[in-house]
Ligand binder design. Structure first.
Ligand code: AMP
Ligand code: MG
Length: 403
């Protein structure tokens, strides 16, 4: 049997980072920058008001108090977006709105709250220090500054600054398109009537959702019956649009294992036993002209989901141009004794609580079978038990993957 780490290392050595592609900004969320983003202009591009108020010469309002306010004529009205050239001379003010360019000569903005809000003349009751409520040009970004380095994942704020420096298109590593196929003669689409010996297909939903949660594009291609020929036909059709394929089921030791039967003869996909529980049978390799990576995961619902987290998720991160590290683990005290098979790494479904500040505790849920999907759905963490450990007492410190 191969170890979890060996299997993952093989996968990561095989999958390649996707080639860069220029995308419209609207489509770039969740992609990874493949170029440095610099700003062609300073940001803000011009000095502008941080508040609604009056652009003044600070010296003119130096003496203003509640008891002895300063009254000055309002000579202009400057709105945001107003491109005209304004100037404020000594003893004058301009009414100004947030985001409007500060007129020449003005060196402070008096917030409207410190005044009577007048439009012909204004009564100012407090002095404004030099530079008050003025956002200086270049305060955020200087012209030519690097705002985001290549390799950055584009979330909402990153997308914002790319737009904010005036870019309409951007060079990125795209989100991988991942096709998910369930196999099994017993599988029925949810919503349809169950016949004798049948169950509803859940894996294609779980895995497609897991792909999307992890930041790639998941396509649920549905169910294929246990027939190697039909499976290959479906796979062929799906390869056209896939950067990676995930299958579930049909990889174990029994008869009617269509994925194994179809892919093993190709010689590019290996099927092996990985020393883990759940999820021992695993297949991985490449298929088609473009050598598309294929993850042939076991059919048991808990096994396929945990296999996704351990093997597929890091691989998709590498394809996206991100560090393939698995998610962070935390330590917690188990509230119940734990058993685990010798020689296998176990991932127990558990509820993690109280992680913030105080000592976290973790409680394995009832139902650790690899078919017990409801138990998985009630868990928020996986307890990792290393290969050589077979028993842990209540109170032991354990390593936990928060879900
Ligand atoms: P297999 O790996 O095909 O031998 O399947 C192992 C177990 O997982 C069997 O009990 C299957 O019925 C179950 N199984 C396989 N595929 C799915 C699926 N897509 N949804 C739910 N259960 C499945
Ligand atoms: Mg099957």
């Amino acid at each position: 049997m191969r170890s979890v780490d060996e299997h993952l290392a093989d996968i990561l050595a095989t999958v390649r980072t996707l080639a860069p592609l220029e995308l419209e900004l609207e489509r770039a969320l969740g992609t990874t920058l493949a170029e440095d983003i610099t700003s062609p202009v300073p940001l803000p591009p011009f000095d502008n008001s941080a508040m609604d108020g009056y652009a003044v010469r600070a010296a003119d309002v130096e003496t203003a108090t509640e008891q002895d306010p300063v009254v000055l004529p309002v000579v202009d009205d400057v709105a945001a977006g107003d491109g005209a050239m304004y100037a404020v001379g000594p003893g004058m003010v301009a009414r100004i709105m947030t985001g409007a360019p500060v007129p020449a000569g003005a060196d402070a903005v008096v917030p409207v709250e410190w005044t009577d809000g007048g439009t012909a003349s204004v009564t100012i009751r407090r002095p404004a220090p030099l530079g008050n409520a003025i956002r200086r040009s270049g305060e955020d970004v200087q012209a030519g500054d690097l705002v985001l380095p290549s390799g950055t994942m584009i979330g909402a704020a990153q997308l914002g600054i790319v737009a904010g420096v005036g870019r309409r298109r951007v060079l990125v590593r795209p989100r991988p398109r991942v096709v998910v196929l369930s196999t099994g003669a017993e599988l029925v689409e949810p919503g349809l009537q169950l016949g004798a010996g049948q169950i509803w297909d859940s894996n294609s939903y779980t895995l497609t959702a897991a792909v999307r949660e992890s930041g790639s594009d998941g396509y649920r291609a549905g169910v294929v019956a246990d027939d190697a020929g039909q499976f290959l036909d479906q796979l062929d059709a799906q390869l056209l649009r896939a950067d990676a394929v995930i299958t579930s089921g049909g990889v174990s030791m029994g008869a009617y294992e269509p994925v194994k039967e179809a892919l093993a003869p190709l010689g590019t996909v290996r099927f092996e036993r990985v020393a883990m529980q759940p999820g021992m049978p695993q297949g991985f390799g490449v298929v088609g002209e473009d050598q598309v990576p294929i993850f042939a995961l076991p059919g048991n619902p808990v096994s396929s989901y945990i296999s996704f987290l351990l093997f597929v998720r890091p691989a998709l991160r590498k394809m996206r141009g991100l560090p393939p590290e698995p998610g962070p683990t935390v330590t917690a005290t188990t509230t119940a004794p734990i058993r685990s098979p010798q020689g296998k790494r176990s991932y127990l479904r558990a509820v993690l609580s109280g992680a913030v500040g105080g000592a976290a505790t973790v409680t394995p849920v009832r139902g650790q079978g690899s078919h017990q999907l409801a138990a998985l759905a009630s868990a928020n963490a996986l307890v990792i038990v290393r290969e050589h450990v077979t028993e842990l007492p209540e109170g032991a410190i354990v390593e936990v993957i928060p879900l």
